[in-house]
Structures are given as C-alpha cells and as structure tokens.
Design a protein around this ligand. Structure first.
Ligand code: CP
Ligand code: NVA
Length: 338
C-alpha cells in the first residue's frame, strides 16, 4: 500500500473509532417519553432547539415529515395553547391529532388508565396527556407502547419549558449564564423550568411567598444537576431580589387549575408578588417579561406590563408551536433499540 493510501486508511479507522465512541456514549432521545424534562440530556435539548429553529424558519421543509402519523390528545383540564399548538403542529408535519376531553374520556372512570394507554397505543403514534395527578401521566407512560408527552400535570409542564428556554435563546442567543427571575408560585411551570435551566446552565432566582417554595424533593434533584452544569439556583421571599440582574422576569398564575378552593387565601398571600411597572422599573432596562399564559391581568401581572414593549409573552406563546413540532419530530422519528 502506498504511503498516501495508508494515511487515508488510518484516518478512516480513527474517524470510525471516534464515531463509535460517541455513539456508545450518548443515545439521542433515549427515553420513550417526555414527562418532566428529566428524560432529556443537555444534548437532546440543544438538538431539539436547533430543529425548532429550522422549523420556525423553513416550515415548508417539514410538511411531510410525520405523514400518516397521529397523536391522541387526552386532556382532563382546559387548554388553549397546548391543544391548538399540538393540533396545528402535527398537521403542519403531515400528521393528525384526535382530541379527547374529560367528559368523553375521564381517566380511570369509564375505563382504567392502563386500558386507555394500551388501546390508544394500537391506534396512535403518541399520546399527549394533560392531567391532575402526575402519577396518571406516569401510569399512561408505563402501559403505553408509544411516547407519552406530558401536556401539563400538577407537578410539571415540560412542553412549556421548551418554549420558554427557546424564547430565551432567541432573545439573548444563549441560555447558559442567563439570569431568570421567577416571581410567584412554586408550581408545575416552575418545577419544569428548574429542570430545564439546571440542565442548560442558566441561573434562576426565585421569589415566592413563604410556604409556596418548590418542594424539597425537586430542589434536591436540581442541586445535583446544577453541580454538573454550573447553574445557580437561589430562593428568596423578595421579588426585588429575584429581578436583580435579571435578563428575564417570569411569572405564572397564583391559582393553578385544581386550586380554585384556595383562591382567596392565595390572592392575599401573593399580593406583594405582582409584576407591575414599579417592579419592572427596578429591573435591568433590557430585561424581558415572560408568562406562560393564561394570564390573570390585574393579579400576578398588570395590563400595562403585558402590553409593554418589554413583554416577550406572545413570542413565547408562538414558540410552543415550533418547539412541540420539534419534540414530536424527534420522538416519532428516532431509532430506538428493540
Ligand atoms: N400555557 C399553557 O399551557 O396554556 P394552555 O393551558 O392554554 O394550554
Ligand atoms: N400553573 C398553571 C399553568 C397553566 C398553563 C396551571 O397549572 O393552571
């Protein structure tokens, strides 16, 4: 063999070796489901954001990617954004959705969750579920042979986090090192945001009223993730501490779906945590405001803030569509071990 041929052959071997090493290390989108955001690695999230970016820029290039595929939307609570963005998103990829509301398909009443999971898996390629108890989404995932996507449970709202962090990336060209000030309830939206930020090396400064902090269990897992990513997570009971140095100021409703009986107490407890122009004026001038919506104008956020040029809220809502299209695409087209 000539010297140059030998060199080429050895290069090929080396390349092959490197590829094999990489492949054995990380299997992209290895988990069947998307229940809490814990399932995705940092690499998965970065890949997903790149796909969402392409889908947003060139939607016409993806029109048939999920042709003939279908998703069941199994919703126990009301929804506008999640429902519409999944339905439109799936149809923009060439697939379709079947929507089932709580009257039609009350989980565990007309039939058991395990039977629903098994039967829907015979008809559909994915199940998007919105439930009260997070354990219901977990049970669906256990019995379904197709991917189960959490479209919001009492514990997590991971699809929301995909859009949130994609919006941060779009506005500031990075997630790592960005400061998010979250003011409000330690709820499902915050739990998922915590996982996303901690995986991607962002910083989250949280201000809740006393007694409304995220659970110890969540904070324990986040501590471990943050160690790896360098993410800084801090807790306080002072909204002005949370907005100090913030690139993003984030809030959500004070009364989540299912908590209606606590409404009066919550409105009293959360009063000092409203995002209004006075709060905004104390935050860095180039910071933006985010809210997952639906907003209760005049409670957690004022009209003036939502309508202000600092609001990124409707871009954030739009990004539900692009990120969920990317999510469906990756979960439904990846190669999985048998
Ligand atoms: N943000 C969000 O999930 O909105 P919906 O409840 O309208 O789906
Ligand atoms: N925390 C809110 C989010 C709504 C999208 C709720 O669970 O109602």
């Amino acid at each position: 063999m000539s010297k140059s041929k030998k060199k080429k052959a050895s290069k090929k071997v080396k390349k092959g070796k490197i590829r094999r090493q990489r492949a054995s290390k990380v299997v992209p989108f290895a988990d069947k489901d998307f229940l809490s955001l814990k399932e995705f690695t940092r690499e998965d999230l970065e890949t997903l954001f790149k796909t969402a970016e392409k889908m947003k820029k060139f939607p016409e290039s993806f029109l048939t990617k999920l042709k003939g595929r279908s998703a069941a939307l199994l919703f126990q609570k009301p929804s506008m954004r999640t429902r519409v963005s999944f339905q439109v998103g799936m149809s923009e990829l060439g697939g379709s959705c079947v929507y089932m509301d709580p009257q039609e398909m009350p989980l565990g009443e007309r039939e058991s969750i395990k039977d629903i999971a098994r039967v829907l898996s015979r008809y559909c390629d994915a199940i998007v579920a919105r439930t009260y108890h997070h354990s219901d989404v977990e049970e669906l995932s256990h019995y379904a042979s197709v991917p189960v996507i959490n479209g919001l449970s009492d514990w997590f709202h991971p699809c929301q986090t995909l859009a949130d962090l994609f919006t941060v990336r779009e506005k500031f060209h990075a997630i790592e090192g960005m400061n998010i000030g979250y003011i409000g309830d330690g709820n499902n939206v915050l739990n998922s945001l915590l996982f996303g930020v901690a995986k991607l090396g962002g910083n989250l400064s949280i201000a809740t009223p006393r007694g409304y902090e995220p659970s110890e269990e969540i904070l324990k897992s986040i501590k471990l993730l943050s160690k790896d990513s360098g993410s800084k997570i801090t807790l306080s009971n002072n909204p002005f501490t949370a907005i100090k140095n913030a690139h993003v100021i984030y809030t959500d409703v004070w009364v989540s779906m299912g908590q209606e009986k606590q409404r009066d107490q919550r409105l009293r407890d959360f009063q000092p945590f409203q995002i209004n122009m006075a709060v905004l004026s104390k935050a860095p001038k180039d910071s933006v405001v985010m809210h997952c919506l639906p907003a209760h104008r005049g409670e957690e956020i004022t009209d003036e803030v939502i309508e202000s040029p600092r609001s990124a809220i409707f871009d954030q809502a739009e990004n539900r569509l692009h990120t969920q299209k990317a999510l469906l695409f990756h979960l439904l087209t990846r190669k999985r071990k048998k």
